[in-house]
Design a protein around this ligand. Structure first.
Ligand code: AMP
Length: 219
């Protein structure tokens, strides 16, 4: 399977990607996670990207594409992969086409997760993560056993700086301006799979598994 996940921030792409990759043995490349790791390591890419993430803006196309290419080279793309959060602009989609053409591994589906803004804001504002092991939680929907503490490693949970109310609005606006055009692009190429992401993680995953085989017969 070679797929990309599209959709507004906080719609649940990461959760669904984790489940699908585990069940089907796909490599999961999330540019958001890769950028946060680069910032944490204070690498040259991380230094250039930090400010954009903090403000909820998109990192320049060339920078994020470089990071994606570096990481595609580290996996075995012929065994299948899921790109979560890339592409986010039309130039990124074009860059991806070029990369996949060189590998002779064309994209098979672009899955769009969508939900009303109110659902998204509620999901994002309650998100918490563990800065040590990366586990994800939610103050209402995925609570740790002890409030504010990671079940896996006991670290205090944190909120992503870009998950704060004021930055969420910017991220949704950026999504509409820069990423929505991708929907038409992939629809035109008959790669688009639409998933209503307003339900529970289980129901969304069920819809995803029902919808994918229509594009990828082996899924
Ligand atoms: P995410 O974890 O996917 O919500 O991404 C968090 C942040 O990382 C975004 O708000 C952007 O600042 C940056 N980012 C992630 N993926 C991309 C991308 N494909 N293009 C540009 N910026 C990105």
């Amino acid at each position: 399977m070679r797929i990309v996940f599209l959709g507004p921030p906080g719609v649940g792409k990461g959760t669904q990607a984790g489940r699908l990759c585990e069940e089907f043995g796909l490599a999961h490349l999330s540019t958001g996670d890769l950028l946060r790791a680069a910032i944490h390591q204070d690498s040259p890419i991380g230094q250039k990207a930090r400010d954009y993430l903090e403000k909820g803006k998109l990192v320049p196309d060339a920078l994020v594409t470089e990071l994606l290419e570096q990481n595609l080279a580290r996996i075995r793309p012929e065994n299948g992969f899921l790109l979560d959060g890339y592409p986010r602009t039309v130039p990124q989609a074009e860059a991806l086409d070029g990369i996949l053409l060189r590998m002779n591994l064309p994209l098979q589906a672009a899955v769009l997760f969508d939900a009303p803004d109110a659902v998204i804001v509620d999901r994002i504002s309650g998100r918490r993560f563990c800065p040590t092991c990366g586990a994800n939680y939610h103050v209402r929907y995925r609570r740790p056993t002890t409030e504010g503490i990671c079940d896996r490693c006991g670290t205090s949970l944190e909120q992503r700086t870009d998950d704060r109310q004021e930055t969420i609005r910017t991220r949704l606006q950026v999504y509409r301006e820069k990423s929505l055009p991708l929907v038409e692009l992939y629809r035109h190429r008959s790669l688009l799979v639409l998933i209503d992401a307003s339900g529970t993680p289980d129901s969304i995953y069920e819809s995803l598994k029902l919808a994918l085989p229509r594009k990828i017969p082996t899924a």
